[in-house]
Design a protein around this ligand. Structure first.
Ligand SMILES: Cc1cc2nc3c(=O)[nH]c(=O)nc-3n(C[C@H](O)[C@H](O)[C@H](O)COP(=O)(O)OP(=O)(O)OC[C@H]3O[C@@H](n4cnc5c(N)ncnc54)[C@H](O)[C@@H]3O)c2cc1C
Ligand code: SF4
Length: 477
């Protein structure tokens, strides 16, 4: 093994090349190129094959990373792919957009010893893209159809992963979504320059070809109640994500040209998909030639600033109330934004929107950092008499998301939620307090990550399978 692996001593870390800043600002294509075969092999061979692989422990899906790296280093790409897909329904998506610096790569032992982490995400992407290219990825083939059906509400990564795992077992799956396309935030939230849409559409087609039924433009709560769906199916999964935008409650919030992040990003993603978007076409949701201010410091804020850059904004500023070190967003995305020309105003907190009908400027308080709060990050405190003004034609609010009021929307007030409004589930099996109704993804965790939504979807599938087996044959108990 040592012959092929442990090359981190002689081979330096390399990521796939990034496109030049000047080039990537001109379009919405992904910014990283792919590894060529020889580079992927070489970079895989840097793995130190730890006895206790911390990368695997810190991957929410417990991906068997050292083993698929070894197979890739040996040029056994098809086996590497089979192993990788056995724990992950969308490895090419995770390889692109997981915050690897906080998960697998951030815990790589050779990173800790100063050699630079194995570029796990890029290799995961390489392996899966190779599998697509070579035709190794095939639709699900069911040999024993089971006459029980599961209704899944929400076609985001949690719903899709759960649907795929249950379909593999032979169940009849219907996925309902209020949007006109499947994919959830993978389609309408995350911009193309991080995740090109054909990558998601290819997966959805595969699931359709494998016999999963999708019903679009179907909003549970409007087009049916939860109870009506429960009567139709043997089990239900709620995977509706979190969409209630957090607000900034300061004077002037009702002025025109102040938008929530999702409205802005959805319009841009729809344009990229070729849709007619009136609010974009008439210039309202288009940053071209405008002074744009984005409020927030998470990944959604980074997606908004970088989208504005690509729409040819006159200037793009991001205001965040803590400093760079205490930002919630991925360091990689902040670096990309800085490279592309975004100006960051650290330690700034919006105080007042100014304008007549439309926003014209923003008054900002300067902040300083106090003691750590319950999240462990240092608490921002306003500096007395420190306010300053910044001009703005458009303000985008990216302050995070809370759950919608699901019991009320679903016309089912018996459905229990937590004090945060997320759906309350049994920690062991993800079942809600309503028998046969399960929940997964952001609607249970609060705003999180794609990889956690996939993990939840897979776990929920196992629990639904056990529940349905018991329902079919109570004597098993
Ligand atoms: C702008 C943005 C950027 C992000 N970037 C990243 C990133 O780089 N990396 C990362 O790992 N994570 C990222 N995330 C987080 C990630 O997208 C989510 O954690 C993940 O998509 C959650 O999956 P989900 O299946 O729980 O919900 P979602 O993806 O939100 O899907 C829920 C689906 O349910 C549908 N739905 C909701 N209510 C109803 C209803 N009543 N009836 C029918 N259908 C309904 C919605 O239309 C949607 O399609 C980002 C999030 C945002 C907003
Ligand atoms: S799924 Fe995410 S955390 Fe797990 S190995 Fe892939 S990139 Fe790393």
């Amino acid at each position: 093994m040592t012959e092929k692996m442990l090359k981190f001593i002689n081979i330096g870390q390399e990521s796939p090349p990034k496109r030049a800043k000047s080039e990537r600002k001109e379009d919405f294509n992904e910014i990283y190129r792919e590894f060529i075969n020889e580079k992927a092999k070489e970079q895989s061979s840097r793995c130190s094959q730890c006895g206790v692989p911390f990368c695997q422990i810190h991957c929410p899906l417990s991906n068997n990373i050292p083993d698929w790296l070894k197979l890739a280093a040996e040029g056994r790409d098809e086996e590497a792919y089979q192993l990788s897909q056995s724990t992950n329904n969308m490895p090419e998506v995770c390889g692109r957009i997981c915050p690897q610096d906080r998960l697998c790569e951030g815990n790589c032992v050779i990173e800790q010893s100063g050699h630079g982490t194995v570029t796990i995400g890029s290799i995961e992407k390489y392996i899966t893209e190779t599998a697509w290219e070579k035709g190794w990825i095939k639709p699900i083939k069911v040999f024993n159809e089971i006459n029980q059906s599961i209704g899944i509400i929400g076609a985001g990564p949690a719903g899709l992963a759960c649907g795929e795992e249950l379909r593999k077992k032979g169940y009849q799956i219907t996925i309902y979504d209020r949007y006109d396309r499947a994919g959830g935030l993978l389609i309408y939230g995350i911009p193309n320059f991080k995740l090109e849409k054909h990558v998601v559409e290819r997966r959805i087609k595969l699931l359709k070809d494998g016999g999963i039924k999708f019903i679009h433009n179907f909003e549970v709560g409007k087009d049916s109640s939860l109870n009506e769906l429960r009567e139709k199916h043997d089990a239900i999964l709620i995977a509706t994500g979190v969409y209630k935008a957090r607000e900034v409650t300061i004077p002037g919030n009702d002025l025109n040209n102040i938008f929530p992040a999702m409205e802005f990003l959805t319009a841009s993603n729809r344009k990229g998909l070729g849709d007619k978007v009136e609010m974009f076409d008439n210039g309202t949701l288009n940053s071209k030639d405008k002074k744009v201010i984005v409020i927030g410091g998470g990944d959604t804020a980074m997606d908004c600033v970088r989208t504005s850059i690509r729409q040819n904004a006159k200037s793009v500023k991001c205001i965040y109330r803590r400093d760079k070190e205490n930002m919630p967003g991925s360091a990689r995305e902040v670096m990309n934004a800085e490279e592309e020309g975004v100006e960051f105003i650290w330690l700034g907190n919006p105080k007042k929107f100014i304008g007549k009908n439309k926003i014209q400027s923003l008054i900002v308080d300067k902040m300083k950092l106090g003691d750590p709060d319950e999240s462990g990050r240092r608490k921002p405190i306003i500096e007395e008499n420190s306010e300053f003004e910044i001009e703005a034609d458009v303000v985008i609010k990216a302050l995070g998301f809370d759950p919608e009021e699901i019991p009320r929307l679903f016309d089912e007030d018996r459905l229990q939620v937590t004090k945060w409004g997320t759906i309350k589930t049994d920690f062991d099996n993800m079942e809600t307090n309503l028998p046969g109704v399960f929940a997964a993804g952001d609607i249970v965790r609060g705003a999180s990550l794609v990889v956690w939504a996939i993990k939840d979807g897979r776990d929920a599938a196992n629990s639904i399978h056990s529940y349905l087996q018991l329902k079919q044959n109570p004597k098993v108990a």
